[in-house]
Design a protein around this ligand. Structure first.
Ligand code: FMN
Length: 358
């Protein structure tokens, strides 16, 4: 095991990725504006679109294709498909490749009933043979690397990471991302990294990407020491912090070079401007009805932890236009200045932003 968790020129099948810190697929979140912010500020080693379902994809449903729209700034970029029909696997893989995606991932982790009821997402964990059959079809159909993303098992009593690692490896998958929670856990409780370690020790050639509760460079180092995994997938930590991969890289480099970790120099104005930038991408790229709903959620991410955030969160969730949101931000800035905050002074660390008001 090499000393550093960071691998640059990271070989991912035939693909060479700049490094091994990735951004997760996040349904309802990792849309075009979110990915643009990620590409501009975070430059992850690989980022993902939201998952799309196989059935509408093979019907070339317009809304599904819209979800897969991307910009060169977002490369390297992976598409993720969700489904359980072996007969649709090859065609969905071909479409993802035709659209120009760098990698293709099979979702075997989504816990939502709507998805699992037809055997898709995490329900596939109960049928490893089917996972193997789907992957096999995909691998045969395309030249881009085929990967999968799993949870550790359906529930605590049915952990089968080792079996799925072996099945995926035999089917020719290049990498397996292991989210260290079971389906039964949903998104609650800490991720259990021991499952990632078990996947890594079962893997012969297949790369193991660890996922669950990675927020900082410290977390990456700790996960590496505990599991030996090959790469790291940031998920919820990317919400409102598109720069998290660059922060982690910088932190890890400074630790390895024996320097003091970089001081956090972000100001209140920085977070407000980041939200305005994200809002601008939503306004340009999203249809107006969904766009306003999105900005209510996105606004709360960026402002979280700033003074006055609690009140802001309450009001941003009711805005009905982009203009109203911009006005709300202007009001917040004025109020902070009146209260004596210096918007241009380093404020707090990204990971340690505390709720200051109330
Ligand atoms: C809102 C939301 C949407 C998600 N959408 C997807 C998805 O489309 N595909 C997928 O494989 N995982 C999805 N996930 C799971 C994440 O990729 C990740 O595995 C999980 O959040 C654990 O990582 P974390 O603890 O760092 O957040 C989603 C998670 C959240 C919170």
């Amino acid at each position: 095991m090499s000393k550093s968790p960071i691998k640059t020129s990271f070989a991912y099948g035939k693909l060479l990725l700049p490094h091994n810190l990735f951004y997760a697929p996040l349904a309802g979140c990792s849309d075009y504006p979110f990915r643009m912010m990620s590409g501009l500020h975070g430059q992850p080693g690989l980022m993902y679109c939201e998952m799309v379902k196989m059935d509408p994809l093979v019907r070339r449903n317009q809304q599904t294709l819209e979800m897969l729209r991307y910009h060169a700034q977002m490369r390297p970029i992976g598409g993720q498909v969700c489904g359980s029909r072996v007969d649709l696997a090859a065609e969905s893989a071909r479409i993802i490749e035709e659209l120009g995606f760098d990698t293709l991932d099979l979702n075997c982790g989504c816990p939502v009933d709507k998805v699992t009821k037809d055997g898709s997402g995490s329900a596939l964990l109960k049928d490893p043979k089917k996972i193997g059959d789907i992957l096999h079809e995909m691998v045969r159909a395309v030249r881009i690397p085929v990967t999968l993303k799993i949870r550790a098992g359906w529930d605590e009593g049915s952990i089968n990471v080792e079996q799925i690692v072996e099945t995926a490896e035999a089917a020719g998958a290049v990498a397996i991302t292991v989210h260290g929670r079971t389906r039964a856990q949903g998104y609650h409780g800490p991720a259990i990294w021991e499952y990632i370690r078990r996947a890594k020790s079962a893997a012969k050639k297949i790369l193991v990407i660890g996922n669950g509760d990675i927020h900082t460079g410290q977390d990456v180092i700790r996960m590496y020491h505990e599991t030996g995994c090959d790469g790291f997938l940031f998920a919820r930590a990317t919400m409102g912090a598109p720069w998290v991969a660059q922060d982690a890289l910088q932190y890890i480099r400074s630790v390895e070079q024996g320097d003091r970790p970089p001081e956090e120099d972000r100001t209140i104005r920085f977070f407000i401007e980041a939200f305005l930038e994200h809002l601008g991408w939503i306004e340009r790229e999203q249809d107006p009805v969904r766009g306003v709903l999105d900005l209510r959620r996105v606004g709360a991410w960026y402002i979280k932890g700033l003074p006055g955030a609690r009140h802001f969160r309450g009001t941003i969730t009711r805005v009905t236009s982009y203009e109203e949101a911009r006005q709300l931000l202007a009001d917040l800035q004025n109020q902070l200045i009146q209260e004596g905050f210096d918007l241009d002074r380093p404020y707090a660390t990204t990971d340690g932003r505390e709720e200051m008001d109330g």
